[in-house]
Ligand binder design. Sequence first.
Ligand code: C2E
Ligand code: MG
Ligand code: MG
Ligand code: MG
Length: 281
Amino acid sequence: ASKALGGNRFAFYSSAMNQRAERRLALEVKLRQAWSDGRFHVHYQPKFDVASLEMVGLEALVRLHDEEEGDIPASEFVPLAEEVGMIKKIDLWVIEKACDEVLSCGGGEVPIKQLSVNISPGHFVGDELYDELASILERTGFPGDYLELEITESVIGTQSTDIHQQLQRIRSLGIEIAIDDFGKDYSSLSRLKQLPLNTLKIDRSFISDVCETQDNATIVSTIILMAHNLNLKVVAEGVETPSQYAFIKQHNCHSFQGYLYAKPMAIEGIVALVKKAGLAS
Ligand code: C2E
Ligand code: MG
Ligand code: MG
Ligand code: MG
């Protein structure tokens, strides 16, 4: 009997593995097809100043609409795009598209204080990123000092010799650097001081139960305090409730994004928000 059970178990695991491999393959095919058909697009999530509630920034987020499945979550296809070597061209396309769309939303001027874009760790392996960014700024006419790159802790965690130099060159274009999902992975705190960084973005997982879990409350208030002491700006991501907002306000977090005030939306939605705020003609 136990042999039969073992056999079944093997069959179960192997079919689960097959399903995962099949899904992965199907998704890779969809990614490649979407790229050649030009079916990626960009959504923008507003960031607000905590004290004034003024809209101060936008985060550009890549979107993939699939005819059969509807929207495929970025959390599912971005890691695969990283694995199969497609993320660099996707990221650069997103940045250029976002620069274009945000500029035209403001009638040729940037209608907000900052546009943030996500950049995968792989971009820092070579040293082409600086040139790529410089030419995007040139092609679009987007002013570098309105752009911010969101990088992950894994990038600053590497003891890679040239990461400091790469970030410095990028900063020389006026572009600012934020650490995304801060606190989620290991980060060398001494690197935060050494590297030319501007902003820490507190990971959504700490914000989501900041009011229920004392540990998370401690982590969030400590990160905010540390950012103030290191002269970094600090952003809370994933603010969904008034009590989460009240918490970060009480602890003097600078800005936030989250479903409480605005979900990611197409540029048309941003145009309407900018008009409403009276920032564009
Ligand atoms: P991220 O950079 O940390 O982006 C924030 C994510 O949190 C977005 O998910 C956003 O929609 C979501 N979010 C914002 N506020 C809330 C909230 O109040 N509640 C909840 N539940 N979620 C909230 P999204 O767009 O699905 O992106 C997931 C991740 O995919 C991003 O996390 C980022 O790591 C990656 N990603 C997205 N676009 C790009 C891109 O153009 N390039 C690269 N390399 N990665 C990207
Ligand atoms: Mg981000
Ligand atoms: Mg984030
Ligand atoms: Mg996140």
